[in-house]
Design a protein around this ligand. Sequence first.
Ligand code: SAH
Length: 216
Amino acid sequence: MPSSQNPPEKMMFQLTLRRRGISDQAVLRSMEEIPREAFVEVADRANAYRDSALGIACGQTISQPFVVAYMTEQLQLQKHHRVLEIGTGSGYQAAILSRLCSQVLTIERYRTLADGARARLRKLGCGNVEVVLGDGFDIPASAGSFDRIIVTAAMERIPEGLTQRLDPGGMLIAPVGPQQGVQTLVRILRTETGFERKELVDVRFVPALPGVAREL
Ligand code: SAH
């Protein structure tokens, strides 16, 4: 009998991630420990462990679990890393990251989403995540620099101002491409002498839009 800790849909969730190629044990553990049902709309709770994106408030989406796991694995996080996320949404990706690094700063342009994510993350005890209402295209200089940057909304191109926020040895992952059409996950590594760019897989994200949203 599966225990209440591990209902069949959660076991399938892990199996699907493994079958699709996620092998980093720390990433799998974080995906297992963070309850995705706490981040989806109440009406979608029964679908929380399906491998699909779901709608959240403000016309946005919580990403597909495989894509969350894949991006997290590609980031090669270390315990001491300071991470910037652009596009808090539900806060799910930030919660997954929080188990694997020392500090997460996550930026969201909708107040409703930022407030909701902050409350969920607090309730789950993710004390190393700071949720800020703001524009990911305009990060204040006071935010400093980061070991890792993860963008979870599609950008037509990666702003130079963002890659400049990487520490040497730092890495950024972002979906790059048109709002309607094929976007590609791009990984940028900051070396001692410059930047190395690698294209990973094709994805579909909601667009990154400039400015803090005027609606809630
Ligand atoms: N990582 C989220 C899903 C992201 S959906 C999760 O785990 O649930 C993309 C989010 O990026 C949306 O909430 C959208 O409002 C936000 N976004 C888009 N452009 C932005 C910008 N310029 N700055 C900050 N957030 C932005």
